[in-house]
Design a protein around this ligand. Structure first.
Ligand SMILES: [Zn+2]
Ligand SMILES: [Zn+2]
Length: 330
């Protein structure tokens, strides 16, 4: 089969790969229809992810058609987070915290290929009339849904009454902003230093868009701030922008440097919450949002053939892609 293989730092190659191994009883072989390119795939491409060792087929934001077993012929969406299903976190619906967690396309072959093998219980039902691009957006959308659900738990007022700021207009930032809007949050600000991303965000009306290097909104004015970058600079901005008693939701993983004013957090009772991945409930909520069109037109997504995948990686690396998400089609 054809696959896009990460072979070394800043090098992905579209080539012939052996067919996937035969699926076990509790596994599914999928013919991949679409797979989105994620920031974590880029992280691997940059040689910064010690868990993703080349040669490796990356890609985990996928949907496809089942090729074996009782669900043969069914279209499904991949839940790429493989968990044990038995530990305290899994049974209490917080599978994102499972100590045994594993991701499709991390140590096992991913979905930038014509076919992929996944555990059968990681196949989510795809609505009949759902398009493959919407479906492939399920996983990154679930990251946004999860962040907003966590924020809602900590906020003192409903999200619809909150003034929200999202730092980073990549896919996770954009989807977080769109999930906020779908919940009636009318004041959503979006900050990004990349001019192309700002143009896209402005054009599609994702929120009040600004360049943090030029000017910032009023300090201490946001009930909730989402950090979809996770750098020292964005954490510092979170601390400045959040209002007393507000919430900082931290989902980015760019670096672990400092930046957070813990004195302000303490004296002004600001909550700081980490957000990681999503639960199955978040994935199902995402399928509903996308299927009902509640995140608006998805015309900001770019599609490319999987065979041109190397150029997609290179364009994102060079800051030349204006699209917050590129979906690759085998
Ligand atoms: Zn992803
Ligand atoms: Zn578990």
């Amino acid at each position: 089969m054809k696959a896009l293989v990460y072979v070394g730092t800043q090098e992905v190659v579209y080539r012939d790969e052996p067919e996937p191994r035969a699926p076990a009883q509790d596994e599914m072989l999928l013919k991949v229809d679409a797979c989105g390119l994620c920031g974590s795939d880029m992280h691997a491409y940059h040689g910064l992810d010690s868990r993703r060792v080349p040669p490796l087929v990356l890609g985990h934001e996928a949907c496809g058609v089942v090729q074996n077993g009782s669900r043969q012929g069914e279209r499904v969406i991949v839940n790429p987070l493989i968990t044990c299903g038995e530990c305290q976190d899994c049974v209490s619906g917080r599978s994102n915290l499972c100590a045994q967690r594993e991701l499709v396309g991390m140590r096992i072959a991913g979905a930038f290929a014509e076919q992929v093998v996944i555990p059968a219980r990681n196949a989510l039902t795809m609505p009949d009339d759902m398009g493959i691009i919407e479906a492939s957006l399920t996983e990154p959308t679930a990251v946004g849904v999860h962040s907003v659900v966590v924020a809602e738990r900590v906020l003192h007022r409903p999200v619809s009454e909150a003034r929200a700021l999202v730092l980073g207009a990549g896919a996770i930032g954009v989807l977080t902003a769109l999930v906020l809007k779908s919940k009636g949050c009318s004041e959503v600000y979006l900050g990004d230093t990349n001019a192309l991303r700002r143009q896209t965000a402005e054009k599609h009306g994702f929120g009040h868009v600004y360049d943090p290097l030029q000017s910032e909104p009023e300090e201490g004015s946001f009930d909730v701030v989402f950090d979809a970058v996770g750098s020292g600079k964005t954490r510092a901005a979170c601390g400045r922008m959040v209002r007393p008693g507000g919430v900082i939701c931290h989902a980015g993983l760019q670096d672990q440097s400092e930046g957070l004013d813990t004195r302000r957090l303490t004296l002004q009772e600001v909550s700081f919450v980490g957000n990681y991945c999503y639960t199955v409930a978040d994935l199902q909520a995402s399928i509903r949002l996308l299927h009902r069109g509640e995140l608006g037109a998805l015309d900001w997504i770019e599609q490319r053939p999987l065979s041109a995948g190397a150029s997609a990686f290179a364009d994102i690396h060079n800051g030349k892609s204006a699209a917050p998400k590129i979906v690759l089609l085998p």
